[in-house]
Write a protein that binds this ligand. Structure first.
Ligand code: UDP
Length: 310
């Protein structure tokens, strides 16, 4: 089976590429290297089942494919807010291009959506049936609304053209292959701790996130792609264990034995106060549950960053 994976050089894309190749898929990895890195793909260079295409997903792409995994989009607030027009275009034009391709080839399509479709949620944990609490004109909207529009298109193509489209909503994920300047909280705290810089907590650190280790997420994505029956609704993938940012900072300090100080910086606009997935649907339709808990995942991620930057 030939798969087109957009965003292949990114954090998730590179892990997905490895997993797909291990399962004997042929992979076309498309990426414009705007936030992804060629370094993440070096190990696949000599694999005859892997082909890299340097292209922006906002442009049409054509190839003979049986499956499409659409993962191209910066996911860190720092990156997606640095060029918001490009971000919403990447989501909107990207999925339109991929759906056109899926339709013309009769290919199955998996869309990487996000817990950000729930915005600053007023219920916790968040089930897929929750419609969310999203600011349509704020600094996060280019990402949130872009992903929401992409979900709409996937379901419209399913209803109107009977296309096999599947949507996963990814909750905060971390692990090796994140970029040191990614800007998201896990990579920031680890890089700060191992280089002895201050740990920057935004706000008072009482806001929560639920962190999923990348290998667990990738297992869930492959299951969603391969499962015979289309789950019909989006599927949350994440680890339901919830932590405050203060607890995360303390764990990172403990595991790195760092002497870094914790400092408090202003909370960014529209920063969600809580986030925790309800994963009953993933358990039911994919028989999936995350296995790696925070301490083990942080250890592996710390080792990766130490090797990369020390
Ligand atoms: N955050 C923080 N310090 C940092 C980076 C992020 O306290 O150096 C906070 C951020 O304000 C948010 C949480 O950590 O409340 C998760 O942020 P991240 O950018 O990782 O992802 P988000 O879930 O907000 O998209």
């Amino acid at each position: 089976m030939r798969i087109l994976l957009t965003g292949a050089a990114g954090f998730l894309g590179s892990h997905l590429t490895a997993s797909l190749l291990e399962r004997d898929y042929q992979v076309i990895g498309l990426d414009d290297l705007s936030t992804g890195s060629k370094r993440n793909l070096i190990r696949f260079q000599s694999n005859p089942n892997f082909e890299f295409v340097n292209q922006d997903v906002r442009l049409p792409f054509n190839a003979e494919v049986d499956g499409i995994l659409n993962f191209a989009c910066p996911a860190s607030p720092r990156h997606y807010q640095s060029d918001p027009v490009r971000t919403i275009e990447t989501n909107f034009l990207g999925i339109i291009n991929m759906l056109h391709l899926a339709k013309s080839r009769g290919a199955k399509l998996v869309q990487a959506s996000t817990s950000e479709v729930y915005g600053d949620p007023s219920i916790s944990p968040q089930p897929e049936t929750y419609w969310g609490n999203v600011n349509p004109i704020g600094i996060r909207s280019c990402y949130d609304e872009g992903k929401r529009a992409a979900e709409t298109l996937c379901f419209d193509y399913r209803r109107q053209f009977n296309l096999d489209t599947r949507v996963l909503r990814i909750f905060n994920t971390y692990g090796p292959n994140m970029s040191p300047d990614d800007g998201r909280v896990v990579s920031n705290f680890i890089v700060q701790a191992i280089t002895g810089r201050d740990i920057t907590i935004y706000g008072d650190g009482s806001q929560t996130r639920s962190f999923c280790y990348v290998s667990d997420l990738v297992d869930g994505i492959i299951k969603l792609f391969e499962v015979r029956n289309n789950p019909e609704s989006p599927v949350n993938l994440g680890n339901p264990n919830e932590f405050t940012m203060l607890e995360l900072a303390e764990s990172v300090l403990l595991l790195t034995k760092s002497k870094s100080k914790i400092v408090f910086e202003p909370l960014p606009q529209d920063d969600p106060q809580q986030r925790r997935p309800d994963i009953s649907r993933a358990k039911m339709v994919l028989d999936w549950t995350p296995r790696v808990q925070l301490e083990e995942g942080l250890q592996k991620t710390i080792e990766y960053f130490k090797e990369l930057i020390l």
